[in-house]
Design a binder for this molecule. Sequence first.
Ligand code: OGA
Ligand code: MN
Length: 292
Amino acid sequence: MTRRFQIKPLPDILGAEITGLDLSTPLPEADFLEIRKALADRQVLVFRDQEKLTPDEQIAFSRRFGPLDIHIQHHFHLGGHPEILIVSNVIEDGKPIGLVDAGKYWHSDLSYMAEPSLGSLLHSKEWPANGGDTIFVNMVAAYEALPEGVRRRIDPLKAEHSYGARNRKQQALNGALRPGLTAEQEARVPPVIHPVVRLHPESGKRALFVSEGFTTRIVGLEEKESDELLAFLFHFSTSELFQYRHRWQPHDMVFWDNRQTLHLATGCPPELRRTLYRTTVRGEVPLAATAA
Ligand code: OGA
Ligand code: MN
């Protein structure tokens, strides 16, 4: 059978470019399965030229992969579409129209939930002439590059992830643009514990699952030892060796696998407008690399 679209691995250690596919029409099952496999294999999929894609169509495509999460920052939901989170640096009438400081630290989306995200999709709506890149790292490659002794040491460990801790840090940096959480919102995101090394349910590979963004401590270690080990893992895993830098082109839609990557927003000059629509697919409770 001849395919109507192309999946081309990028030369980097992760990522693939998909061309000739219009996501605004429902995908046949075989194509969907092929895309799901490419996501497991390449971790980040760049769908070019999704000019026609509407919010409803983005939601429909995203839902093929699982239920969608509704983001805790409800001020920034797209009107009538709570499944879409607006990521934007645009200020209108003195108010941000979206989450301005989304992801300016290494993280995996929603790792602070008991069931973290399987993957997220960002559709580019306004793109700056320069800046605004998003960098991804391959956390399977990072894990595999660790010395064997470190891998053996961290395989059975667990770590805490916390949204409350991160939101307080962002508020300290960005007060006016970053709403605080109400007690009710904060109660919905209590700290959670996840394995430091998780098994990918489709590939069976091990991936590091800690990030500067949301991981606060390693369970069962003294504070100093926990801080040192985390600092080492944060630094090691985000090395250029494991990166793909996405330079947004008009109408790109990028889909990444949060179970085996981290990402970072590099930011763009404030006078240039940048807006993206995000949908977030819920995943499973992370599988530990070793039996508890
Ligand atoms: C996100 C995110 C990065 C970016 O939306 O989850 O981290 O470059 N965005 O906007
Ligand atoms: Mn993110």
